[in-house]
Design a binder for this molecule. Structure first.
Ligand code: BGC
Ligand code: NOJ
Length: 822
């Protein structure tokens, strides 16, 4: 059993324990709930530093296991709770929701598990929550120890509240909900079987591996009338009521009496599981559910030994995943970001896109087309097979004209336009994800996989045809200046140039009044040149010379159009609106410069020769950069303008209106690295990367181990304050920028290329990189403080021309020295 540690590195709210790959939180009262994700293959749990949060299987909207109240007061008061009662003292094994504070509290969020250490009145508890690999269940292991000198009797109560599966309905349709809830209790296991009698072939359960002295399945009976989770009546009275829920709000609570002699400890294992049953086997006897799958699952975690085994397996799994890329640079924070937390967050964003977090309610946005494609670039090196599957799922939602549904539900895999359609940047992101995947794996077979359009399973076209249509979709949707039409919006959802809404009841994402054949986007133009070039390269790899030639012509024409109609003098314009007027120009009163087009046009290499690229980035540094990151636009919009849409609806400094919308900051890091300015690239990296922000936590507010979507910009009342942590494209992009462009360890078709662009004062760094079947230990030396430039390669002691580690020659274990020379 672990004791809460004290650490000299402790900042106001906690510290990094890199050895354990944990973030250690020292108070239940962090500025916002600081959460972790459990599970990585279908069954997920969101868990805060006081064990708040919820669990679901596959789809947070359609298969929600436990109930969570967003926006509740106090915040974060639904979760998996353990109440301890001893000698009339009541406290929680995770620091909350009981108001009475334990003498010692610590939460350790690790890779796929969270651990809570609490000492109170001579009783120490350790609660570990995790989802075992491959299991549709959350395990809660609770160890209680009598640390004192006298015999103790503890009354323990577990508590979770069931969600009636469909989370949206659960939170809105009370006229039905209060009548549908059904449970069964058998051998101390509480089964949740709402709607199982009709169309559902699944149920959930909550078990404990000890005899119970009582249970409750009806919320009001357990909590008592008009009481909250902070003070359940049953806990106060030390006795369950054995209530049976018929509708109302079903819960699961076990009551276990634990007696401990001095020094003695006892471990209890709780399992929150999900079971699917064949239609024909649903019932054991009339009205009694088939419990076999649950019993088998419970048996697998019958004792602490098997739980520990599962925990060890999880740790090994993560060590293996993270070992694929490990960096040792002179900057500890940089290492910590890349080696541990950034990669960890990449897994989470890959799994969940923008669906379920403490800010995404799990019922609105499913898997985003643009988001999920981008998320793969932070994850392809970790589990490439999953990336392939995801890309093909996304591809299957594409329409035959090359456009895309903006999102799909993970359960049905069918695209929908619930949050709008017609976002004209969507299609080209699939070129990025596919090319990045092939370069990482060398697996061209993804291109010949058969994928129908729009969920058509009989579909014949191959995935390559989908990429071609994505490319064509841009070519066929050009505006008056030969630039791409923006459609509903591009990457910036909130720049709604065809919306013109004056009605507060309308959605910016679905309303359209303007004709859609005028407003153009320079961000999509840059994106098309960048990924269009990738498409050309891909065609050449496949020997499709004619198509490559055609595509190159389109790309060249777009580059010309950008140079002719997209340059404002010191930076790239952002767009033309529905009236053909410039957006993001010095001629505008507000919103003179935007970050997106600077990032994308420079990443596309536009203006590299004639100095425009450099000037654009210098303008970013001068007008958009702040100590907290780079703002999206300046000056902020102070008034609502219906020709701009949602962007002008946000108060200045927040979100897309001049906030630091972190997702686009790495575009500038990449662009700076392409210009050879490694110091600048790292400066931008450090300004938004969580590992560097620990010390300003009370300002920053969100978790110090993951990126947040937004940090307030300088026009805000609270510059530097972050919001909306975890599910953001920032994670994949920052990892991509840092690994492929700053460190310059860049996969290509033929192998790994080394193109570092590091701060001048880094003497060297080392990377251990698994690439396809090979393993390279790479040492990059910077003897003359150049930071970037030409590289001299030595592989296994022999000089090699160029900067490519050719996979066809070097596919085993190799030692690489790359020296930056002038
Ligand atoms: C948010 C965007 C989001 C969009 C669609 C807007 O309110 O600011 O970040 O992508 O809604 O859900
Ligand atoms: C969040 C959305 O998930 C993403 O798709 C979009 O690009 C950004 N907001 C910017 O508006």
């Amino acid at each position: 059993m672990i004791e809460p540690s004290t650490d000299t590195l402790n900042t106001e709210f906690g510290y990094f324990d890199d050895q354990q790959k944990e973030y250690v939180i020292s108070t239940p009262f962090t500025p916002t709930p600081w959460i972790n994700y459990l599970g990585n293959d279908g069954f997920y749990g969101l868990i805060s530093n006081t064990a708040g949060g919820y669990s679901f299987y596959q789809d947070p909207k359609f298969r929600r296991l436990t109930r969570y109240r967003y926006n509740s007061v106090p915040v974060d008061t639904s979760g998996r709770y353990f109440y301890l009662k001893c000698d009339d003292e009541i406290w929680s094994a995770s620091g909350r929701p009981v108001a009475n504070q334990p003498e010692k509290y610590q939460c350790r969020h690790g890779m796929g598990y969270s651990r809570f250490l609490v000492n109170h009145q001579g009783i120490n508890s350790e609660l570990t929550c995790f989802v075992p690999l491959g299991e549709k269940a959350e395990v809660h292991r609770l160890t209680l120890k009598n640390a004192g000198a006298r015999h103790r009797k503890i009354s323990l109560f577990s508590y979770i509240e069931w969600c009636l599966w469909n989370a949206e309905d659960d939170g809105t349709n009370f006229q039905r909900n209060l009548s549908t809830g059904e449970v069964e209790v058998e051998d101390g296991v509480i089964y949740h079987k709402t709607e199982y009698r009709e169309r559902r072939d699944h149920y959930a359960f909550y078990s404990v591996n000890q005899p119970i002295s009582g249970f409750d399945t009806d919320r009001d009976s357990f909590l008592g009338p008009y009481r909250g989770v902070e003070k359940p009546l049953c806990v106060e009275q030390g006795q369950s009521t054995n209530s049976h829920a018929h509708g109302w709000s079903p819960i699961a609570s076990h009551h276990v009496e634990v007696e401990l002699a001095p020094g003695e400890e006892q471990t209890l294992v709780f399992v929150l599981g999900y079971c699917e049953v064949e239609k024909s086997q649903k019932w054991q006897s009339p009205g009694v559910i088939n419990k076999t799958p649950a019993q088998e699952l419970i048996k697998r975690y019958a004792d602490n030994h098997s739980v520990q085994q599962a925990l060890d397996n999880l740790a090994t799994h993560w060590d293996k995943l993270l070992s694929k890329f490990q960096i040792n640079s002179p900057d500890r924070k940089f290492n910590r970001s890349l080696n541990i937390w950034n990669q960890y967050q990449n897994m989470v964003t890959f799994n969940l896109s923008r669906s379920a977090s403490f800010y995404e309610s799990g019922i609105g946005r499913g898997m985003g087309f643009r988001d999920s494609n981008q998320d793969t670039i932070g994850f392809a090196h970790m589990v490439p097979d999953k990336v392939k599957e995801r890309i093909l799922d996304l591809s299957a939602t594409q329409k035959s004209d090359g456009s895309a549904y903006h999102q799909y539900q993970p359960l049905t895999k069918k695209g929908n336009a619930n949050i709008g359609g017609n976002f004209n940047d969507d299609p080209m992101w699939m070129v990025l994800s596919t090319v990045n995947y092939i370069k990482e794996t060398g697996d061209f077979s993804i291109l010949t996989e058969k994928v129908g359009f729009d969920g058509d399973e009989s579909g014949e076209p191959d995935h390559f045809e989908h990429l071609k249509r994505a490319f064509e979709h841009v070519v066929k949707n050009l505006g008056p200046h030969g630039l791409p039409l923006i459609g509903r919006a591009d990457w910036n959802d909130c720049l709604n140039l065809n919306c013109f809404s004056e009605d507060p009841n309308e959605s910016y994402q679905t309303t359209q009044r303007g004709k859609s054949d005028i407003a153009e986007s320079l961000m999509i133009a840059g994106q098309f040149v960048l990924y269009g070039q990738d498409f050309v390269q891909l065609c050449l790899q496949l020997g499709k010379a004619e198509l490559a030639h055609y595509a190159q012509k389109q790309v060249d024409a777009m580059r010309d159009a950008v140079l002719k109609h997209g340059w404002d003098g010191e930076w790239f314009l952002r767009a033309y609106n529905a009236k053909g007027e410039k957006i993001g120009s010095h001629e505008n009163k507000e919103g003179q410069i935007f970050i997106e087009s600077q990032g994308f046009c420079v990443m596309a290499g536009i203006g590299m020769q004639d100095g425009k690229a450099r000037r654009a980035l210098d303008s970013v540094a001068k007008r958009l950069a702040t100590p907290h990151g780079i703002m999206l636009n300046q000056p902020a919009f102070n008034e609502y303008d219906k020709y701009l849409g949602e962007i002008s609806s946000y108060p200045p400094g927040y979100k897309e209106n001049a906030g630091i919308f972190c997702h686009n900051n790495p575009w500038i890091m990449v662009a700076e690295a392409m210009l050879g300015r490694g110091d600048k690239a790292l400066e931008y990296f450090a300004s938004i990367s969580p590992a560097y922000l620990q010390d300003v936590k009370s300002l920053h507010k969100t978790e110090p181990y993951v990126y947040s979507q937004m940090i307030a910009g300088s026009d805000a009342a609270t510059p530097g304050q972050a919001k909306n942590s975890w599910l953001t494209g920032t994670a994949a992009w920052c990892y991509y920028a840092a690994s492929q462009f700053i460190l310059g360890i860049k996969p290509d078709y033929a192998g790994l290329t080394i193109v570092p662009c590091i701060p001048a004062d880094w003497p060297s760094f080392a990377v251990s990189r698994r690439f396809r079947d090979a393993h390279y230990s790479i040492e990059v030396r910077n003897p003359d403080g150049l930071g970037s430039g030409k590289v001299q390669l030595e592989i296994d002691g022999k000089n090699v021309q160029g900067n490519l580690i050719d996979y066809s020659q070097f596919n085993g274990e190799h030692h690489v020295i790359a020296t930056i020379v002038s």
